[in-house]
Design a protein around this ligand. Structure first.
Ligand code: PLP
Length: 372
Protein backbone atom coordinates (compact mmCIF):
# COMPACT_ATOMS: atom_id res chain seq x y z
CA UNK A 1 0.00 0.00 0.00
CA UNK A 2 2.83 2.42 0.86
CA UNK A 3 5.20 1.43 -1.94
CA UNK A 4 5.45 4.90 -3.51
CA UNK A 5 6.11 6.58 -0.20
CA UNK A 6 8.55 3.92 0.88
CA UNK A 7 10.52 4.30 -2.33
CA UNK A 8 10.58 8.06 -1.95
CA UNK A 9 11.97 7.77 1.56
CA UNK A 10 14.60 5.30 0.37
CA UNK A 11 15.58 7.67 -2.44
CA UNK A 12 15.96 10.49 0.08
CA UNK A 13 18.12 8.26 2.28
CA UNK A 14 20.27 7.27 -0.70
CA UNK A 15 20.94 10.95 -1.37
CA UNK A 16 21.71 11.59 2.30
CA UNK A 17 18.59 13.75 2.63
CA UNK A 18 16.37 11.70 4.90
CA UNK A 19 15.12 13.78 7.80
CA UNK A 20 14.18 12.47 11.23
CA UNK A 21 12.98 14.05 14.43
CA UNK A 22 15.60 14.12 17.16
CA UNK A 23 15.30 15.00 20.83
CA UNK A 24 16.44 18.41 21.94
CA UNK A 25 19.92 18.06 23.38
CA UNK A 26 23.24 19.87 23.66
CA UNK A 27 24.03 23.54 24.04
CA UNK A 28 21.57 25.61 22.05
CA UNK A 29 23.05 26.89 18.80
CA UNK A 30 20.02 25.86 16.77
CA UNK A 31 16.84 27.39 18.14
CA UNK A 32 15.22 30.69 17.24
CA UNK A 33 14.61 31.43 20.91
CA UNK A 34 16.96 34.38 20.47
CA UNK A 35 16.05 36.23 23.66
CA UNK A 36 15.63 33.05 25.76
CA UNK A 37 12.00 33.91 26.41
CA UNK A 38 10.57 30.43 25.80
CA UNK A 39 11.35 29.44 29.38
CA UNK A 40 11.09 32.89 30.92
CA UNK A 41 9.34 33.04 34.30
CA UNK A 42 7.43 36.12 33.10
CA UNK A 43 5.79 34.16 30.29
CA UNK A 44 5.05 31.24 32.58
CA UNK A 45 3.50 33.62 35.14
CA UNK A 46 1.46 35.35 32.42
CA UNK A 47 -0.04 32.01 31.43
CA UNK A 48 -0.63 31.10 35.08
CA UNK A 49 -2.34 34.44 35.74
CA UNK A 50 -4.49 34.03 32.63
CA UNK A 51 -5.57 30.56 33.77
CA UNK A 52 -6.34 31.94 37.21
CA UNK A 53 -8.64 34.61 35.77
CA UNK A 54 -10.54 31.99 33.80
CA UNK A 55 -9.01 32.32 30.35
CA UNK A 56 -9.79 29.06 28.51
CA UNK A 57 -7.10 26.67 27.24
CA UNK A 58 -8.74 26.43 23.84
CA UNK A 59 -10.57 28.98 21.76
CA UNK A 60 -13.30 26.56 20.71
CA UNK A 61 -13.49 27.56 17.07
CA UNK A 62 -12.56 29.91 14.28
CA UNK A 63 -12.30 33.58 15.19
CA UNK A 64 -15.32 34.15 12.95
CA UNK A 65 -17.42 31.67 14.90
CA UNK A 66 -17.17 31.37 18.68
CA UNK A 67 -13.37 31.34 18.81
CA UNK A 68 -12.87 35.10 19.14
CA UNK A 69 -11.60 35.69 22.67
CA UNK A 70 -10.97 38.98 24.51
CA UNK A 71 -7.35 37.81 24.89
CA UNK A 72 -6.90 37.83 21.10
CA UNK A 73 -8.33 41.31 20.84
CA UNK A 74 -6.30 42.62 23.77
CA UNK A 75 -3.12 41.25 22.17
CA UNK A 76 -3.95 42.79 18.81
CA UNK A 77 -4.60 46.20 20.33
CA UNK A 78 -1.33 46.09 22.28
CA UNK A 79 0.62 44.77 19.31
CA UNK A 80 -0.63 47.54 17.01
CA UNK A 81 0.28 50.17 19.60
CA UNK A 82 3.72 48.58 20.09
CA UNK A 83 4.44 48.31 16.36
CA UNK A 84 2.90 51.65 15.40
CA UNK A 85 0.61 49.98 12.86
CA UNK A 86 -3.03 50.84 12.30
CA UNK A 87 -4.06 47.28 13.22
CA UNK A 88 -2.66 43.86 14.03
CA UNK A 89 -4.19 40.46 13.37
CA UNK A 90 -3.10 37.44 15.41
CA UNK A 91 -2.78 34.31 13.27
CA UNK A 92 -1.95 30.77 14.42
CA UNK A 93 1.49 30.70 12.78
CA UNK A 94 3.79 32.65 10.51
CA UNK A 95 3.32 29.91 7.96
CA UNK A 96 -0.44 30.38 7.91
CA UNK A 97 -0.04 34.16 7.86
CA UNK A 98 2.31 34.13 4.84
CA UNK A 99 0.04 31.74 2.96
CA UNK A 100 -2.93 33.98 3.74
CA UNK A 101 -1.12 37.16 2.70
CA UNK A 102 0.29 35.88 -0.59
CA UNK A 103 -2.75 33.87 -1.59
CA UNK A 104 -5.31 36.49 -0.66
CA UNK A 105 -4.07 40.03 -1.23
CA UNK A 106 -2.58 40.09 -4.76
CA UNK A 107 -5.35 39.89 -7.34
CA UNK A 108 -5.58 38.42 -10.84
CA UNK A 109 -3.44 40.55 -13.14
CA UNK A 110 -1.17 41.80 -10.33
CA UNK A 111 2.57 41.16 -10.19
CA UNK A 112 4.46 39.79 -7.19
CA UNK A 113 8.20 40.42 -7.31
CA UNK A 114 9.96 38.40 -4.64
CA UNK A 115 13.46 37.68 -3.43
CA UNK A 116 14.61 34.24 -4.58
CA UNK A 117 15.31 33.21 -0.98
CA UNK A 118 11.94 33.95 0.60
CA UNK A 119 10.68 31.38 3.09
CA UNK A 120 8.80 28.24 2.05
CA UNK A 121 5.61 29.65 3.57
CA UNK A 122 5.68 32.58 1.13
CA UNK A 123 6.35 30.17 -1.73
CA UNK A 124 3.33 28.11 -0.72
CA UNK A 125 1.23 31.26 -0.68
CA UNK A 126 2.53 32.10 -4.16
CA UNK A 127 1.32 28.73 -5.43
CA UNK A 128 -2.20 29.62 -4.36
CA UNK A 129 -2.03 33.16 -5.68
CA UNK A 130 -3.79 34.27 -8.87
CA UNK A 131 -1.14 36.93 -9.53
CA UNK A 132 1.99 36.52 -11.69
CA UNK A 133 5.17 35.95 -9.69
CA UNK A 134 8.78 36.78 -10.60
CA UNK A 135 11.81 35.82 -8.49
CA UNK A 136 14.78 38.19 -8.43
CA UNK A 137 18.34 37.50 -7.23
CA UNK A 138 18.87 37.58 -3.51
CA UNK A 139 18.98 41.05 -1.95
CA UNK A 140 19.19 42.73 -5.35
CA UNK A 141 17.11 45.90 -5.09
CA UNK A 142 17.99 46.78 -8.70
CA UNK A 143 16.62 43.38 -9.70
CA UNK A 144 13.32 44.32 -8.02
CA UNK A 145 13.29 47.67 -9.83
CA UNK A 146 14.11 46.09 -13.21
CA UNK A 147 11.33 43.50 -12.85
CA UNK A 148 8.83 46.24 -12.01
CA UNK A 149 10.03 48.49 -14.84
CA UNK A 150 9.81 45.72 -17.44
CA UNK A 151 6.33 44.80 -16.38
CA UNK A 152 5.14 48.41 -16.56
CA UNK A 153 6.90 48.80 -19.92
CA UNK A 154 4.91 45.83 -21.20
CA UNK A 155 1.80 47.90 -20.51
CA UNK A 156 0.59 46.37 -17.25
CA UNK A 157 -1.08 48.81 -14.92
CA UNK A 158 -2.27 46.59 -12.05
CA UNK A 159 -0.76 46.50 -8.55
CA UNK A 160 2.83 45.40 -7.91
CA UNK A 161 3.71 43.62 -4.65
CA UNK A 162 7.25 43.26 -3.32
CA UNK A 163 7.80 40.25 -1.06
CA UNK A 164 10.96 39.84 0.99
CA UNK A 165 12.36 39.11 4.44
CA UNK A 166 14.31 41.66 6.42
CA UNK A 167 16.70 39.08 7.93
CA UNK A 168 17.10 35.80 6.07
CA UNK A 169 16.86 32.79 8.31
CA UNK A 170 19.38 30.56 6.56
CA UNK A 171 21.89 33.24 5.50
CA UNK A 172 21.60 35.62 8.41
CA UNK A 173 21.95 38.61 6.10
CA UNK A 174 19.68 41.66 5.94
CA UNK A 175 17.65 43.01 3.08
CA UNK A 176 18.65 46.37 1.55
CA UNK A 177 15.53 47.80 3.14
CA UNK A 178 15.92 51.49 2.28
CA UNK A 179 16.47 50.60 -1.39
CA UNK A 180 13.45 48.29 -1.44
CA UNK A 181 11.30 51.02 0.09
CA UNK A 182 12.50 53.34 -2.67
CA UNK A 183 11.51 50.73 -5.29
CA UNK A 184 8.07 50.43 -3.69
CA UNK A 185 7.63 54.21 -3.78
CA UNK A 186 8.80 54.49 -7.38
CA UNK A 187 6.38 51.84 -8.63
CA UNK A 188 3.54 52.49 -6.18
CA UNK A 189 3.99 48.92 -4.94
CA UNK A 190 2.93 47.31 -1.68
CA UNK A 191 5.61 45.64 0.45
CA UNK A 192 4.99 42.27 2.11
CA UNK A 193 7.72 42.30 4.73
CA UNK A 194 8.57 39.15 6.68
CA UNK A 195 10.22 40.11 9.96
CA UNK A 196 10.27 36.59 11.42
CA UNK A 197 13.92 36.69 12.50
CA UNK A 198 14.23 40.40 13.22
CA UNK A 199 11.23 40.76 15.52
CA UNK A 200 12.31 41.20 19.13
CA UNK A 201 15.98 41.40 18.13
CA UNK A 202 16.27 44.70 16.27
CA UNK A 203 14.53 48.06 16.30
CA UNK A 204 13.06 50.22 19.01
CA UNK A 205 11.47 47.96 21.65
CA UNK A 206 12.22 45.00 19.41
CA UNK A 207 9.94 46.11 16.60
CA UNK A 208 12.40 44.71 14.07
CA UNK A 209 14.35 46.05 11.14
CA UNK A 210 11.17 47.39 9.53
CA UNK A 211 10.63 49.60 12.57
CA UNK A 212 9.32 52.89 11.23
CA UNK A 213 7.49 51.46 8.21
CA UNK A 214 4.38 50.55 10.19
CA UNK A 215 1.52 52.93 9.64
CA UNK A 216 2.31 53.36 5.96
CA UNK A 217 -0.39 52.35 3.49
CA UNK A 218 2.15 50.41 1.42
CA UNK A 219 3.67 48.24 4.17
CA UNK A 220 2.39 44.98 5.60
CA UNK A 221 4.72 43.64 8.25
CA UNK A 222 4.63 40.05 9.46
CA UNK A 223 6.04 39.55 12.96
CA UNK A 224 6.17 35.97 14.11
CA UNK A 225 5.83 35.10 17.79
CA UNK A 226 7.58 31.71 17.86
CA UNK A 227 11.13 32.96 17.52
CA UNK A 228 12.53 35.80 19.66
CA UNK A 229 9.13 36.25 21.33
CA UNK A 230 9.40 32.69 22.65
CA UNK A 231 5.79 31.60 22.10
CA UNK A 232 4.03 30.87 18.78
CA UNK A 233 1.70 32.48 16.29
CA UNK A 234 2.18 35.59 14.19
CA UNK A 235 1.02 39.19 14.05
CA UNK A 236 0.14 40.76 10.73
CA UNK A 237 0.70 44.49 11.33
CA UNK A 238 -1.17 46.31 8.60
CA UNK A 239 -3.68 48.97 7.58
CA UNK A 240 -7.29 48.32 8.66
CA UNK A 241 -8.41 47.43 5.14
CA UNK A 242 -5.85 44.61 5.01
CA UNK A 243 -6.99 43.24 8.36
CA UNK A 244 -10.62 43.35 7.25
CA UNK A 245 -9.71 41.69 3.96
CA UNK A 246 -7.87 38.83 5.70
CA UNK A 247 -10.79 38.33 8.09
CA UNK A 248 -13.15 38.07 5.10
CA UNK A 249 -10.98 36.39 2.48
CA UNK A 250 -7.96 34.82 4.20
CA UNK A 251 -8.75 31.11 4.16
CA UNK A 252 -5.94 30.03 6.54
CA UNK A 253 -7.37 32.53 9.04
CA UNK A 254 -11.04 31.79 8.47
CA UNK A 255 -11.01 28.01 8.28
CA UNK A 256 -8.81 27.28 11.27
CA UNK A 257 -9.36 27.14 15.01
CA UNK A 258 -8.21 30.36 16.64
CA UNK A 259 -4.98 30.10 18.68
CA UNK A 260 -5.27 29.32 22.38
CA UNK A 261 -6.21 32.47 24.34
CA UNK A 262 -3.48 31.44 26.82
CA UNK A 263 -0.95 31.77 24.01
CA UNK A 264 -2.31 35.22 23.22
CA UNK A 265 -1.78 36.20 26.86
CA UNK A 266 1.81 34.90 26.70
CA UNK A 267 2.58 36.82 23.50
CA UNK A 268 1.24 40.00 25.14
CA UNK A 269 3.72 39.49 27.97
CA UNK A 270 6.53 38.81 25.47
CA UNK A 271 5.84 42.19 23.82
CA UNK A 272 6.03 43.84 27.23
CA UNK A 273 9.37 42.13 27.87
CA UNK A 274 10.61 43.56 24.56
CA UNK A 275 9.77 47.01 25.90
CA UNK A 276 10.89 46.51 29.54
CA UNK A 277 14.07 44.52 29.05
CA UNK A 278 16.15 46.14 26.30
CA UNK A 279 19.23 44.60 27.92
CA UNK A 280 18.27 41.26 26.34
CA UNK A 281 18.74 42.75 22.86
CA UNK A 282 21.97 44.40 23.93
CA UNK A 283 23.36 41.13 25.36
CA UNK A 284 22.46 39.27 22.18
CA UNK A 285 24.21 41.91 20.05
CA UNK A 286 27.38 41.58 22.16
CA UNK A 287 27.22 37.78 21.87
CA UNK A 288 26.74 37.98 18.10
CA UNK A 289 29.76 40.29 17.72
CA UNK A 290 31.82 37.94 19.88
CA UNK A 291 30.68 34.97 17.75
CA UNK A 292 31.83 36.73 14.60
CA UNK A 293 35.28 37.29 16.06
CA UNK A 294 35.60 33.61 16.98
CA UNK A 295 33.82 31.86 14.11
CA UNK A 296 34.52 33.92 10.98
CA UNK A 297 38.21 32.86 10.99
CA UNK A 298 36.90 29.26 11.02
CA UNK A 299 34.73 29.76 7.94
CA UNK A 300 31.51 31.35 9.20
CA UNK A 301 30.09 34.23 7.16
CA UNK A 302 30.06 37.62 8.90
CA UNK A 303 26.45 38.79 8.93
CA UNK A 304 26.15 41.35 11.72
CA UNK A 305 23.15 39.42 13.04
CA UNK A 306 22.43 36.56 15.44
CA UNK A 307 22.52 34.01 12.59
CA UNK A 308 25.90 32.86 11.29
CA UNK A 309 26.01 30.33 8.44
CA UNK A 310 29.08 28.22 7.76
CA UNK A 311 28.78 27.46 4.05
CA UNK A 312 30.13 24.03 3.16
CA UNK A 313 28.48 23.25 -0.18
CA UNK A 314 28.45 19.48 0.06
CA UNK A 315 25.41 17.94 1.82
CA UNK A 316 27.25 15.03 3.37
CA UNK A 317 30.12 17.15 4.65
CA UNK A 318 27.64 19.55 6.26
CA UNK A 319 25.80 16.70 7.96
CA UNK A 320 29.05 15.04 9.05
CA UNK A 321 30.37 18.20 10.69
CA UNK A 322 27.00 18.93 12.31
CA UNK A 323 26.92 15.39 13.67
CA UNK A 324 30.47 15.70 15.08
CA UNK A 325 29.45 18.91 16.85
CA UNK A 326 26.30 17.28 18.20
CA UNK A 327 28.33 14.39 19.60
CA UNK A 328 30.55 16.95 21.30
CA UNK A 329 27.46 18.43 23.01
CA UNK A 330 26.58 21.33 20.70
CA UNK A 331 23.18 21.54 19.06
CA UNK A 332 24.27 22.78 15.63
CA UNK A 333 22.19 21.69 12.64
CA UNK A 334 23.27 20.99 9.12
CA UNK A 335 20.94 22.55 6.56
CA UNK A 336 20.61 20.93 3.13
CA UNK A 337 18.59 21.45 -0.01
CA UNK A 338 15.68 21.87 -0.51
CA UNK A 339 15.70 24.16 2.55
CA UNK A 340 18.65 25.99 0.93
CA UNK A 341 19.65 26.11 -2.76
CA UNK A 342 21.51 23.21 -4.35
CA UNK A 343 25.23 23.19 -3.56
CA UNK A 344 24.92 25.50 -0.55
CA UNK A 345 24.58 23.04 2.34
CA UNK A 346 25.73 24.67 5.51
CA UNK A 347 25.78 24.79 9.26
CA UNK A 348 23.33 27.31 10.62
CA UNK A 349 24.68 28.67 13.89
CA UNK A 350 22.10 30.68 15.71
CA UNK A 351 22.92 32.69 18.80
CA UNK A 352 20.53 32.92 21.67
CA UNK A 353 20.69 34.00 25.27
CA UNK A 354 20.39 30.30 26.14
CA UNK A 355 24.17 30.19 25.70
CA UNK A 356 26.98 32.52 26.77
CA UNK A 357 30.58 33.40 25.87
CA UNK A 358 31.96 30.20 27.45
CA UNK A 359 29.69 28.02 25.31
CA UNK A 360 30.76 30.01 22.29
CA UNK A 361 34.47 29.55 23.01
CA UNK A 362 33.91 25.79 23.43
CA UNK A 363 31.94 25.69 20.16
CA UNK A 364 34.77 27.45 18.32
CA UNK A 365 37.25 24.81 19.56
CA UNK A 366 34.94 21.98 18.54
CA UNK A 367 34.26 23.54 15.13
CA UNK A 368 37.94 23.93 14.45
CA UNK A 369 38.44 20.23 15.25
CA UNK A 370 35.44 19.10 13.20
CA UNK A 371 36.43 21.12 10.11
CA UNK A 372 40.02 19.83 10.12
C1 PLP B 1 11.28 33.81 7.40
C2 PLP B 1 10.20 32.99 8.01
N1 PLP B 1 8.92 33.32 7.77
C3 PLP B 1 7.90 32.62 8.28
C4 PLP B 1 8.13 31.52 9.08
C5 PLP B 1 6.97 30.74 9.60
O1 PLP B 1 6.69 31.14 10.91
P1 PLP B 1 6.06 30.12 11.95
O2 PLP B 1 7.19 29.30 12.48
O3 PLP B 1 5.42 30.99 12.97
O4 PLP B 1 5.07 29.29 11.20
C6 PLP B 1 9.44 31.15 9.38
C7 PLP B 1 9.69 29.98 10.25
O5 PLP B 1 10.65 29.28 10.17
C8 PLP B 1 10.51 31.90 8.84
O6 PLP B 1 11.79 31.57 9.07
Amino acid sequence: MWHVHDEDLKALAARGRLRALAPRQGRDFASNDYLALARSPRLRDAIGAALARGVPAGSGGSRLLRGNDPEHEALEAEAAAWAGSETALFVSSGYAANVALLATLPQTGDLIVHDELIHASMHDGLRLSRATAIAVPHNDADGFADACAQWRKAGHTARIWLAFETLYSMDGDRAPLADLVAVAERFDAVMLIDEAHATGVFGRSGRGLADGLDGRADAIVLRTCGKALGVEGALVCAPLVVRDFLVNRGRPFIFSTAPSPLIAAAVREALRICVDEPERRARLAVLAAHAERLLVPLGATATGTQILPVLLGDDRRAMRIASALQHAGFDVRGIRPPTVPQGTARLRISLTLNTGPDDLAALADALEGAMA
